[in-house]
Design a binder for this molecule. Structure first.
Ligand code: NCD
Length: 309
C-alpha cells in the first residue's frame, strides 16, 4: 500500500485510504515505541531537514524524535540565526539546503501555501508542519489516532471543535480529516471566531452555546485563542471568554456522560481550559503528544517509500 502523493501538504489532498494507511502504520510504530530499543533502520539512507520559520515546541521535537527513531540523518534550521535575516528568499534558502543532498523537508511557515509553493519548485518530499492559518496535517492525523485509540473508530463519532476556529490550522485540518472519515463535526465558539463559509462547505454543525455542544459530542477538541493572528478585537476579554467558552469541571459535571477532552497544545490554563480539566483522567492531551511521534514516523516512512517508487 502506498500514499497517493509524495508530499504531505494538507489533509485536503489526502484520500480516506491515505488517512487509514497512515493511521494503521502509526499503530505499528506505536508498538515499536513501547520496546526497550525504540529505533528501526527504515530511513537509514534518508536525509531530512527541519525548516521552522515559526515558533514550535511539540511539533518540532516530535518530528525530530520521529526521524531519529527511524534512523534518518537530520539537520535543523531555525530562522533566527540564519541568512533569512540577510534577505534570502524562501526558495533560495531551500535550494541551497537541497544542494547538500537532502531528501525530505519538514517545514513550518507563517504564510499560507508556503509548502505548496515549494513543492512546485523542488524535488524533495515536503511535509507541512503548519502553514499560517491553513493546515497542520500531522496534528489532525495524531488527533484522529488518539480518538481511534479511545473510541475504536472515527465513523459516526461526534467531535466538537471548540474556540478560535477562524485562526486555527488545527481546526481546518481536523475538519477535512473527520469529514473524509465520516465523523460528525460541530464547531463551537463566539460567532466572531467562526467563519461563515464552514457550515455549508463541509456539512458540519455550528453552535454558539458551549453546554449544548458538549451535550452533543463524544470528544471536545479545545483550541487556543490565536491572539498573535488577530489584528482586531473579536471578543471582550480573556476572562469573559473563559466564563462563556472555557472548559470547566462545573460544565462537564452537567453532562450525562464522560466525554474525551483533547487539546493540541500549547494550553492556556484558565482561558480555554481550566487546570483541573486539563490534568484530569478525561483529558488525553499528553497521550496526543505521545501519539504524535508514532504518527509522524508513519508519515515519514510512507513518504520515503513513495520517493523510491
Ligand atoms: C498548534 C499550532 O502551532 O498550530 N500547536 C501545535 O502544533 N501543537 C496550535 C496552537 O498554536 O495553538
Amino acid at each position: 500500500m502506498q500514499l497517493s502523493s509524495k508530499h504531505l501538504l494538507g489533509i485536503r489532498q489526502l484520500t480516506a485510504q491515505d488517512i487509514q494507511l497512515i493511521l494503521d502504520t502509526a499503530s505499528q510504530f506505536k508498538e515499536v515505541l513501547q520496546r526497550p530499543i525504540k529505533k528501526v533502520p527504515s530511513l537509514r539512507d534518508v536525509t531530512i531537514v527541519n525548516l521552522f520559520y515559526e515558533n514550535s515546541t511539540r511539533t518540532r521535537i516530535s518530528f525530530e524524535l520521529a526521524e531519529k527513531r527511524l534512523s534518518a540523518d537530520t539537520v535543523n534550521f531555525a530562522v533566527s540565526g540564519s541568512s533569512v535575516s540577510k534577505g534570502e528568499s524562501l526558495l533560495d534558502t531551500v535550494n541551497n539546503i537541497l544542494s547538500m543532498k537532502v531528501d525530505m523537508v519538514v517545514m513550518r511557515h507563517s504564510a499560507t501555501g508556503a509548502p505548496h509553493f515549494l513543492s512546485k519548485h523542488i524535488q524533495a518530499s515536503i511535509i507541512n508542519a503548519g502553514d499560517g492559518i491553513n493546515e497542520h496535517p500531522t496534528q489532525a492525523l495524531l488527533d484522529a489516532f488518539s480518538i481511534t485509540e479511545k473510541l475504536q473508530s472515527l465513523r459516526g463519532k461526534k467531535i466538537a471543535i471548540v474556540g478560535d476556529i477562524m485562526h486555527s490550522r488545527v481546526a481546518l485540518s481536523n475538519i477535512y480529516l473527520l469529514r473524509k472519515m465520516e465523523a460528525e463535526v460541530m464547531v463551537v465558539g463566539p460567532p466572531t471566531l467562526i467563519p461563515k463559509y464552514l457550515q455549508e462547505a463541509f456539512d458540519i454543525r455550528v453552535e454558539y452555546n458551549l453546554l449544548k455542544a458538549l451535550q452533543w459530542c463524544d470528544v471536545a477538541n479545545v483550541l487556543r485563542i490565536q491572539l498573535e493572528r488577530q489584528n482586531q478585537v473579536l471578543f471582550s476579554s480573556l476572562r469573559e471568554y473563559n466564563l462563556a467558552y472555557g472548559i470547566k469541571k462545573s460544565v462537564l459535571a452537567q453532562l450525562k456522560k464522560e466525554i474525551v477532552i483533547m487539546h493540541p497544545g500549547p494550553i492556556n490554563r484558565g482561558v480555554e481550559i481550566d487546570s483541573d480539566v486539563a490534568d484530569s483522567q478525561q483529558s488525553v492531551i499528553l497521550q496526543q503528544v505521545e501519539n504524535g511521534v508514532a504518527v509522524r514516523m508513519a508519515v515519514l516512512y510512507l513518504l520515503a517509500g513513495q520517493r523510491e517508487s
